[in-house]
Ligand binder design. Structure first.
Ligand code: MLT
Length: 324
């Protein structure tokens, strides 16, 4: 008798699961990338999205929605229907720094999303146009201090990773270069290669190929150890600027209220992408750092976002990047 009742209850519970979750995904999925095509966020989204499409059996279609340091696209993602058909690639800027820089931000990174999982860690490089006079990081520091008024620094909008990480650097060096904002560090890199801007702080995955080709100059990587993707590039500690330590990250989010079964399917697809040999090679060759184990869980990402918002607010206040 009991088994019959339990069996009945189980059948009812199963029937109560929204049909959509059981048949998800039944059509293509939009992944919002909140910066212009060709930049680090876009590159990581397309690399992991390609393999996720295979696991999910539906195309993940990247939609570039740039503006306001990535907050325009993430706001759209936060307000999307929580049905699993709109997800987004956020990062340390949109889900860490933005609350300190945008007092009227229309989303709360810690509340308005269903975290799916970390995609890649992205160490920061200090890079310049190839004919920028300084040859070493020490020469760079001396040169930008002496010529700050004549120098321009590229970034992807207030609150972007390129903006926040160079705000840290500018504060440490007590310089205020002219800031040139782009809709992503893809376009910014084009102007750096063309010599239209002087320097930038950017995520390694955007830079490896141009550094190797000698199209731009890299001074240092702001992590404790060198990157296997650029083994000859010294760390900031080795190059005499030990206080400049910063690395970014990119992660997949869905809007708050996305059903748990759908979050689990998306997380599974992301994790399979990060375990796929060819996908790993593409990320590692670009200097990406792949999350492993519990770092891949939605719970880990949710807690990590909370700690990143708490971490970046005082850093940006100290750097004068926000109204005190
Ligand atoms: C940034 O925050 O600087 C962005 O990641 C740049 C980009 O992806 O285009």
């Amino acid at each position: 008798m009991t088994r019959t009742i339990l069996g009945l209850l189980a059948a009812v519970a199963l029937a109560a699961t929204p049909a959509t979750a059981q048949t998800y995904p039944s059509r293509p999925i939009v992944m919002i990338v909140p910066f212009a095509a060709g930049g680090p966020t876009d590159v990581i989204a397309r690399i992991v999205g390609e393999h996720m499409s295979r696991t999910l059996g539906q195309q993940i279609v990247v939609e570039n929605v740039a503006g306001a340091g990535g907050t325009t696209g993430i706001t759209r993602g936060a307000q999307a229907t929580p049905d699993g058909y709109t997800i987004m690639m956020g990062h340390m800027g949109t889900h860490g720094a933005a609350p300190a820089l945008y007092p009227r931000l229309r989303y709360d990174p810690t509340k308005d999303f269903a975290p799916i999982g970390l995609a890649a860690g992205t160490p920061i490089l200090i890079v310049a146009r190839k004919n920028f006079p300084p040859k070493t990081l020490q020469e760079f520091v001396a040169y930008v201090k002496a010529n700050a008024a004549k120098i321009n620094q590229a970034h992807a909008g207030v609150g972007s990773v390129s903006h926040t990480t160079c705000t840290m650097l500018d504060h440490q060096l007590a310089i205020k270069p002219t800031q040139v904002a782009y809709r992503g560090t893809g376009p910014a890199l084009n102007d750096l290669v063309g010599g239209q801007v002087d320097f930038m702080c950017d995520q390694i995955v955007n830079l490896v190929e141009q550094v190797k080709a000698g199209a731009i100059k890299a001074y240092a990587i702001a992590t404790p150890v060198r990157s296997p993707a650029l083994p000859d590039l010294p760390t900031t500690t080795e190059a005499g600027l030990p206080d400049y330590q910063v690395s970014a990250w990119n992660a997949v989010f869905a809007p708050k209220g996305t059903p748990g079964e759908i979050v689990a399917k998306l997380n599974d697809a992301l994790s399979k992408a990060l375990s796929d040999a060819a996908t790993r090679k593409r990320l590692l060759d670009l200097g990406g750092v792949i999350p492993e184990g519990k770092e891949r869980t939605p719970e880990y990402l949710g807690d990590f976002v909370k700690s990143e918002v708490a971490r970046w607010t005082p850093i940006l206040k100290a750097a004068g990047a926000v109204a005190n």
